[in-house]
Design a protein. Structure first.
Length: 350
């Protein structure tokens, strides 16, 4: 915290530089010709003395408050998706900005979400991040466009706004390719029932990857249930209870880690050992699940932290006039979903 009894002259004297130099360093004046060594010394002295630049004075001069808003659709209460907030917060702080978070619900009315945006605008935030718990299309409040804004893990319905989303298709390809590389040719997919981008894109990539490997992706078994543990259990029971063992999959790609957990339970009830009798790969990398199943689940990681950080960085660039968000609004930015290899995949029994 800043020490109100210390002023800029005290910092200048302690650092052995002029008041102007201190001002230029602490306000990050880019054109000031000050050596890196002097800049480091001024910052160190200012920190030791507890002196910080006057935010109110900065706001009056730049018309910026140094505050960003983040509207969180449920992610504040979701451990794995909460890394969106962490990524945005750490990226903002690194640039000298603070983050105000308002949690809302994905089922909240448009009027309710518009009121949340208004609450942030009343606090004169410089820009707004709008983040959802899972990748989906969203209808946005009209007042979101009052300041620079970026969508995280979502795209706007009927409007162009800069967005960053996960590579659903690339992640699904990585999952299926890992099973193919282990030697599996009978691979099933436990999919979600919700009509969201991830449901469609992961299924499309599953089939396309099998086709490219010389298999019939359209004929590969797919069972759909709600994307929870019980849904994964029920879908896996149906898929693994086929009368003809020759048609039964030797590997499962699951829409998410929760469905994979249900598949583990179904396999155990049917006397199947993982991974010796059945290999399984999930999606999301929900660490509390994936790393703690036995055997530990190979899965695909959603880039929650990276999406939050990317969004905050580009929002700040727009606030500071360093980039034009409209140039990036035509197509969402897609971040990769890497495979996290653990112990749930091995070669099929001969």
């Amino acid at each position: 915290m800043s020490n109100k009894n210390i002023n800029i002259k005290d910092v200048a004297v302690a650092a052995g530089v002029s008041v102007t130099t201190v001002s230029h360093v602490l306000n990050e004046v880019s054109y000031a010709r000050i050596s890196p060594k002097t800049r480091d010394k001024v910052r160190t002295v200012a920190e030791e003395l507890g002196y910080g630049p006057n935010r109110l004075a900065q706001a009056l001069r730049t018309q910026r408050t140094g505050m960003l808003g983040l509207v969180s659709e449920d992610i504040a209460t979701t451990p794995h998706a909460g890394r969106i907030i962490l990524g945005a917060d750490e990226a903002a702080k690194a640039r000298g900005y603070n983050l105000i978070v308002i949690n809302t619900s994905g089922s909240a009315s448009l009027e309710s979400r518009q009121a949340d945006i208004a609450a942030l605008l009343d606090r004169r935030v410089d820009g707004i991040l709008y983040a959802t718990m899972y990748h989906r299309n969203v209808e946005l409040p009209a007042n979101l466009g009052s300041v620079p804004s970026v969508l995280v893990d979502s795209v706007a319905t009927g409007g162009n706004i800069t967005a960053v989303i996960p590579d659903e298709e690339g992640g699904a390809r990585a999952a299926v390719e890992a099973l193919l590389a282990a030697g599996h040719r009978r691979i099933g997919f436990l999919n979600n029932t919700d009509d969201v981008p991830a449901t469609r894109q992961r299924l499309s990539a599953f089939r396309a990857t099998l086709n490219e490997a010389g298999l019939d992706g359209d004929a590969a078994p797919v069972e759909s249930e709600p994307s929870e543990v019980q849904g994964g259990y029920e879908a896996a029971r149906r898929m693994l209870s086929r009368k003809d063992r020759a048609d039964m999959p030797t590997a499962l790609f699951c829409y998410n880690d929760r469905m994979a957990m249900g598949a583990y339970r179904a396999a155990a009830e049917l006397g199947l050992s993982i991974p010796d009798d059945l290999s399984i790969v999930g999606f999301d990398d929900q660490e509390l699940i994936a790393a703690n199943l036995y055997p530990a689940l190979t899965t695909v990681a959603l880039p929650h932290y990276e999406m939050g950080a990317w969004a905050a960085e580009h929002l700040i660039d727009a606030v500071e006039g360093k980039t034009d968000l409209s140039l990036m609004a035509l197509h969402p930015t897609i971040l990769g979903c890497p495979l996290v290899v653990r112990d749930s995949i091995t070669a099929p029994r001969q």
